[in-house]
Design a protein around this ligand. Structure first.
Ligand code: MN
Length: 642
């Protein structure tokens, strides 16, 4: 590795790169570390160079690259931060200081305390600037790559454990899978050497066995894509050894049952092409039943998107395909880094730092939780379970952090800001895109709310969607203040709408005896009061429907065993527009609803299209939220269960 390779790599994605400045940093670092050697006897400068090179794969900005070159200077040489500031400016000095401070955390003996201390410091500094963490991760990746050179076994183990406990979760949190999986496999190698060797052997053996078939599969897949006019990038995928190992331990299954022998990745331009590619693959290779996973329609909790399918490939060899767009690929490989670097690669470099600082606010939130935790153990538990899974952190346009329970939507957000904002919510944008109020939010989203006095109040339907108790209480409060007549009319409309959605023509007939029991169960004296209570939000219309109809009447035959879902056909009439299918797919993905089939049933003279979809839902509640969300979409004329 030499500095010209780094400059070459960086100038590819940085049009105005100041090459001389990078060169100066290199010369300075080389001189500073002159007398020092790495554990294998190589000149010390190889380490900052490699760290810097790793960062170019994340498309790191100029200051980060310089920081990487200088990151060990203040700690290990006679030069100080002041020298760095004088030569390379305040920004670089600030970043180097951040990295240096992170390096001082590890010299404690009590394992648990050290871990906790490190975690705290790590997040403390990340709260200032996420770039510091990225440099530190790259630094640690190179140290892990060269861990073999450390002769002392217990020191090696110490570093590997520390890395697995702290760096892997951090990389995971930021979603930088490329770095995360390499670091993780290196930890695996040192912490469980026997298992690692076994896994490595098994994977290599299968690679040798399947080399010819792999080449042939690649060739055929490329050809069929080309013949169908799909411009796809296709390559064999490397598997993360540690994740295969963990899966074997967790499921008790054999290697050959878990490891898909041939794993290919297909990268295309857009979502439509993803589904086209899936079709083409299934026409060529017989799919393995029930192994299609549509993480585009239903992304994983961490936001992961791709379509997976397993097929009987060449010579019947089990072959797994992952199909995704370029953007999904970048998101998956580089996580937060993709978001910040690739999206803003055209903005000025000063701007990048600003964006980083703005968005690093979520980490401050984590620090607050740390303060609230009673013991260090609580903090770590909180980090592991609470923060990452049960909470989301979203931003106001000004960069303030709003902390909400997982599953919260725009309406929850609006009421969290102020009950007036919730009551008068007019429209909303997430990351600059207009969305409907029931859109679920995810960590990192920037949410902009438009409220207006012309909006007279919240919508009753929102009650079915909101997650926070605050929003529920406020919406109910609003409707309780209204007159009984208004609530009765609204209740009637809600009941009709609900029946319509579910494809029920008429409310079920009940005997007088059944009716009086029914009313008693809901704590009301008359039918009129029951319906008014729907309007006031005191009784959920869905509870009434569910009390009247059995699950079978509403959902049909019991779920398929495999994923415990009911297959439901729904009909949609909508005004055709660009992006409609994408929007509906997004909507369902946010709700965790899988689409198993889409049928286009043509259009009428008014440019209205008629679509039939088969969706997979877990419960009547799940179906309800799917139908109601579609109903709220722009351009929907009618939606109902088939
Ligand atoms: Mn270092």
């Amino acid at each position: 590795m030499n500095i010209s390779q780094i400059i070459k790599a960086a100038s590819k994605y940085t049009p105005g790169l100041d090459e001389q400045r990078i060169l100066d940093a290199y010369v300075f670092a080389e001189k500073a570390h002159k007398e020092q050697k790495r554990d294998d006897g190589a000149p010390y400068i190889t380490h900052p160079l490699e760290t810097c090179m790793i960062l170019t794969s994340l498309q790191a900005d100029e200051d980060m690259l310089i920081t990487a070159l200088l990151h060990d200077v203040p700690e290990n040489t006679g030069f100080t931060l002041k020298d760095i500031e004088a030569k390379f400016g305040k920004e670089v000095a600030f970043l180097v200081e951040g990295v240096t401070k992170l390096s001082r955390v590890y010299y404690k003996h009590n394992m648990v305390d050290r871990q906790i201390e490190s975690l705290k410091r790590l997040f403390l500094h990340s709260a200032k600037d996420l770039r510091i963490i990225l440099v530190k991760l790259s630094d640690r990746l190179h140290n892990m790559r060269t861990l073999d050179n450390i002769q002392n076994e217990s020191k090696r183990l110490f570093i590997a454990n520390e890395t697995l406990e702290i760096y892997v979760p951090v990389a995971n949190l930021l979603g930088i899978w490329e770095i995360k999986s390499e670091i993780e496999d290196l930890c695996f190698k040192y912490i469980h050497p026997t298992d690692y060797a076994k896994m490595n052997f098994l994977v290599e053996q299968s690679a040798i066995r399947n080399d010819q078939i792999l080449k042939e599969t690649l060739r055929i897949t490329k050809n069929i894509m080309k013949s169908k006019g799909i411009n796809a990038e296709i390559y064999a995928r490397k598997k993360n050894l540690y994740s295969i190992f963990k899966k074997m331990v967790r499921t008790g299954r054999q290697f050959k049952d878990i490891y898909d022998l041939i794993a290919l990745r297909v990268i295309v331009n857009d979502i439509d092409e993803c589904y086209l590619a899936l079709g083409v693959i299934h026409q060529t290779f017989k799919p393995k039943p029930k192994r299609v996973k549509d993480y585009i329609a239903v992304p994983k909790i961490n936001g992961y998107r791709s379509i997976h399918t397993t097929v009987f490939g060449m010579d019947g060899i089990i072959t797994e395909f992952q199909i995704r767009t370029k953007q999904m690929h970048l998101d998956d490989e580089y996580g937060i880094a993709a978001h910040y670097f690739y999206d803003y690669s055209n903005t000025k470099k000063e701007k990048i730092g600003e964006i980083f600082r703005e968005h690093a606010d979520w980490a401050k939130k984590i620090l607050n939780i740390q303060k609230e935790a009673k013991t260090s153990g609580d903090f770590v538990d909180g980090m592991k379970f609470d923060i990452f899974q049960d909470r989301i952190f979203v931003f106001t346009p000004r960069g303030d952090v709003v902390d909400l329970p997982y599953g919260s939507n725009i309406v929850d957000f609006a009421y969290h800001i102020h009950s007036d904002i919730g009551d008068h919510l007019l429209s909303a944008e997430v990351n600059g895109e207009p969305v409907i109020p029931t859109t679920q939010l995810k960590t990192g989203d920037t949410v902009k709310i438009e409220s207006s006095d012309k909006v007279t109040g919240p919508k009753r339907e929102w009650l079915q969607f909101v997650k926070t108790g605050l929003a529920k209480t406020k919406i109910k409060e609003f409707f309780r203040k209204q007159s009984t007549r208004k609530n009765y009319n609204a209740g009637l409309a809600l009941l009709e709408k609900e029946l319509n959605l579910l494809g029920i023509d008429e409310l079920k007939k009940t005997s007088p005896k059944e009716e009086s029991k029914f009313l008693k169960d809901f704590g009301v004296k008359s039918k009129r009061e029951l319906i008014a209570s729907i309007g006031s939000g005191d009784i959920n219309v869905k509870n009434i429907i569910r009390a009247m109809y059995s699950r079978e009447e509403l959902l049909g035959t019991p779920p398929k065993k495999k994923n415990n879902c009911y297959e439901i056909e729904i009909n949609i009439i909508f005004k055709d527009r660009i992006g409609f299918l994408r929007d509906i797919a997004m909507l369902f993905s946010n709700l965790g609803v899988n689409i198993s089939q889409i049928k286009n049933l043509g259009s009428n003279s008014n440019m209205q299209k008629y679509l039939s979809m088969t969706i997979e839902v877990r419960s009547i509640e799940h179906l309800d939220s799917a139908l109601m969300s579609v109903n709220l979409m722009k351009g929907i004329v009618k939606v109902w269960k088939g």
